[in-house]
Design a protein around this ligand. Sequence first.
Ligand code: FCB
Length: 486
Amino acid sequence: MTVVPAQSTSGLIPAPRAAVPGSTFPAGFAWGAATAAYQIEGAVTEDGRTPSIWDVFSHTPGKVVNGDNGDTAVDHYHRFREDVRLMADLGLTSYRFSLAWPRIQPTGRGPAVERGLDFYRALTDELLAHGITPVATLYHWDLPQHLEDLGGWTVRDTSYRFAEYAALAAEALGDRIGTWTTLNEPWCSAFLGYGSGVHAPGHTSPAEALKAAHHLNLGHGLAVGALRAALPASAQIALSLNLHQVRPLTGDASDADAVRQIDAVGNRIFTGPVLRGAYPADLLEDTVHLVDWDALVQPGDLDEISRPIDLLGINYYTPTVVSSRENAEAGARSDVHGASEHSPWPGADDIVFHQAPGAVTAMDWPIDATGLTDLLLDVHQAHPGLPMLVTENGAAFDDEVGPDGTVDDSDRIAYLHDHLGAVARAIEAGADVRGYYLWSLMDNFEWAHGYAKRFGAVHVDYQTLVRTPKASAKWYSEVIRRGGLA
Ligand code: FCB
């Protein structure tokens, strides 16, 4: 086991200090990259791990492009030392990864499996030995299938199971990991998992999606309590949301109302209870015909859910443009992360989604960095003083290894340059942004798109699993070395 040197990081993301000379970014800013367990680890049957909902879903014909699955992924489980070396070569000061619940608590109840924990002990020791601050996400979508068989996130018990798992993870790893994120993008878990069905477990019920959203919120709050009880007082606890930067197609009042509605069921359904202790009244009204909120939200739930957090993680890729049906033109677009005839937006059947103008990434996601500045400033204004991390931002492009063995991804460099500039503008305007995590460290299993979409700063050859840093990796390492954009 690696010995952690005395000068290693405190495991915390520091409060902002003076700006690096010539840069907007403060000294101590976390320059990171992110991944998630199911997308990179592989080794799905090793050391006591049981199937997650993503194992079952990806092995169901027709659910993932090319029938891809995470059985091997990029074999990070066996190659993590090489991957940490890549991070160190990049100069990363922080790394955001997720813990696989089915490795740590395979049936979703009972004691932790030491062999599962040992992997994360070894990984975090390796990170700390290289001076890289670990940020652990407890849940990046890989629910133990055992719990899905009992109702998954549509049932309340799963929230309590999640808090128990959080306690086990914190007790075992709290000496090494100072910064924790409960959930990654609960919007996707609830509305793509139980609404549109493009994500595991692939259900298509608006009522189930809303129930899942509440139980994810409750699970988050209970987990915050469990983490606070198990971790030192200095620990930082966060939640990562893919907040939608919602924009109207026209200046018409009906489009403003479309924005309100999508903001409610896309954003405020999480920020309301978590940061304000209440579900927004307009959300409850918009969805009253779909779910019995009075039965769903039990006494005391909102107190649990609104336990204070230390940092809000924000994941941003592209803005969301909406209109009322009257104002819709031809060309309404399918939704993020995969097309489905079922809507991931309960109660918003009359709202039409539009492709924002301009260039797109390989995901067909319009490139618009102003959305990131606006989003950070919106959160800053709505929740003054709340420290933020950009826990994901990046782009897929059809990268190819050139004849000389290099990967020239200048389109990704342009994307990252613009989006880091967008973060800088938000900081200049007063937002307390403490870190940026590029999605993703390396190419990986992109959910319903399988291996067809490459988001990495490091290229992975899926035949040989050879890693090759792309031009963007070299560019990012220069940014980190300078402490900001040139
Ligand atoms: C986010 C997910 C992440 C990855 C990126 C592209 O929604 O959190 O795992 O799929 O999108």
